[in-house]
Structure formats: structure tokens, C-alpha cells
Design a protein around this ligand. Structure first.
Ligand code: MG
Ligand code: MG
Length: 250
């Protein structure tokens, strides 16, 4: 069953999303060559806790960090580590979850570390574009396939790989609720209703679609070791324009 959120639920979701956005604002400042992903995790944890929220990912199915840090060919679920030091030319996808007032905000962004190659720049730009193309379809009266298809069309235009095994999801009191949202058309005609909140999160690859999971049982990487980018917002369907929950409050 897909939950429709009440006014009060939405207020809390928005607050959780604001805190997630504060973390990303900070990440943007501190991502640079020489910093470790564990340091990024500590900084993110501090921001979440200072705002009286809970790091949603920490302990989730045993995940050891507050954020996921996935570098270059890593797609998602990279574990923060003191041994992983960012270097010039890397891209890093940082996924952040915060729980506030019992509700979750979930958003991921890919950042450039120093100067990066043109092909990585383009991958980031296009994946962000795919995210916003998906968000634009998050309207009451549309179906889930409209979001999936919009993302797929942007990826196909550039002949990028679309990660198949992972996708978007409903968000509420828990991070993963129904529905699952594919990043490519599957013929899902589930109607989107006002009050639905879904994390939309394209993961696009410079190369093939296929991914592999590392021996740590978390880190997902592309099978051909080519770079991957990940952009995600938690979004509310209203009677009017889609509303992004995971951005800063004005
Ligand atoms: Mg996420
Ligand atoms: Mg998510």
C-alpha cells in the first residue's frame, strides 16, 4: 500500500529534508582532495545531530555510516573509511538520510573533487538533468512509468547505462516504503496521488548497465569499472507542482 501523507506528516518530512539539504550544503564546502570519506561522515553526523535529527542510515540493516560515499565506478552504498582519501579528478556520490519527528529525508548528490574530466562533468550534468526530468512527472494523475520514462529518455539520449537493480522508493516514517520506482519504463501504471512522497534517484553509468556488489556486501560498483553518478531528491506530489522535500527551507 502506498501511504498518502497528511499535512502534519508533510511538515515533518519537509523539516527532515531541510536537514538533509544542510548536510549537502556542508558536503559541497568540504569535499576536496585530501579529505577521507570517514571525515565526511563525521561532519555529516555532526550536522544531523546539531539539528536534533537521527542519521537514518546508521545501523540500517547494519550499515556502519551516517552517509554512503561512493567514488568513481562505485554506484551506491560505499562505506565511509579513514583509508579512502579523495583525490583530484574523483567524483563522489554522497547519499544522506536524516530522520526528524519520526519522518525521513533522503537525498544523494555527486560532487567533483577538484578538476575532473569532461566526460565525468557531462555524466554528472546529465544525471542531474535526468533527476529533474523525473521530478517534473511527479504529479497527481500521472503514473509511475511517466517518471521512469522521463529518466530513461535522458539516459538513452546520451547512451548511458541505467542501473537496473536499484531505484527510487516511497519515503515516510521509514526510508523505504512502497512503491519501488524503476529508472526505466517497466509498464507500471500505478497512479500517482496527491500526498505521495517518493525518493527519485537516477543512477547513470558512463558504460554498461551491470553492477557488482563488493566483498564488504555493501559497495555497489559498475561491472566495467566506468564512472557512475547518482542524484536523488525526496519529492511530494501535490495538486499542483511537485514539491522537493530535500532542499533548504527559505
Ligand atoms: Mg538516498
Ligand atoms: Mg533513496
Amino acid at each position: 500500500m502506498i501511504n498518502r501523507k497528511s499535512k502534519d506528516d508533510i511538515k515533518r518530512l519537509r523539516h527532515a529534508g531541510h536537514i538533509v539539504a544542510l548536510v549537502h550544503q556542508k558536503m559541497k564546502e568540504v569535499v576536496e582532495p585530501g579529505i577521507s570519506t570517514l571525515e565526511l561522515d563525521s561532519i555529516a553526523t555532526k550536522v544531523i545531530k546539531e539539528n536534533r535529527a537521527i542519521p537514518t542510515f546508521l545501523g540500517y540493516q547494519g550499515f556502519p555510516g551516517s552517509i554512503c560515499t561512493s567514488i568513481n565506478e562505485q554506484v551506491v552504498h560505499g562505506i565511509p573509511s579513514a583509508d579512502v582519501i579523495l583525490k583530484e579528478g574523483d567524483i563522489i556520490s554522497i547519499d544522506v538520510g536524516a530522520t526528524y519527528g519520526g519522518f525521513v529525508g533522503d537525498s544523494a548528490w555527486t560532487y567533483a573533487v577538484g578538476k575532473i574530466s569532461e566526460e565525468k562533468q557531462k555524466l554528472m550534468k546529465v544525471t542531474e538533468e535526468a533527476l529533474y526530468a523525473g521530478i517534473a512527472q511527479m504529479r497527481a494523475g500521472n503514473v509511475l512509468d511517466d517518471i521512469s520514462g522521463a529518466i530513461e529518455a535522458v539516459a538513452n539520449r546520451e547512451h548511458y547505462g541505467i542501473v537496473r537493480q536499484y531505484g527510487g522508493h516511497g519515503v515516510g516514517r521509514t526510508m523505504h516504503e512502497e512503491p519501488f520506482l524503476y529508472n526505466y519504463r517497466v509498464g507500471d501504471h500505478t497512479l500517482i496521488k496527491q500526498g505521495y512522497v517518493i525518493a527519485i534517484e537516477p543512477m547513470l553509468n558512463l558504460g554498461c548497465d551491470e553492477v557488482v556488489v563488493a566483498a564488504d556486501e555493501w559497495t555497489v560498483s559498475t561491472a566495467d569499472n566506468k564512472a557512475s553518478a547518482h542524484f536523488e531528491h525526496t519529492v511530494l506530489a501535490t495538486d499542483d507542482e511537485p514539491m522537493i522535500m530535500t532542499k533548504l527551507m527559505e
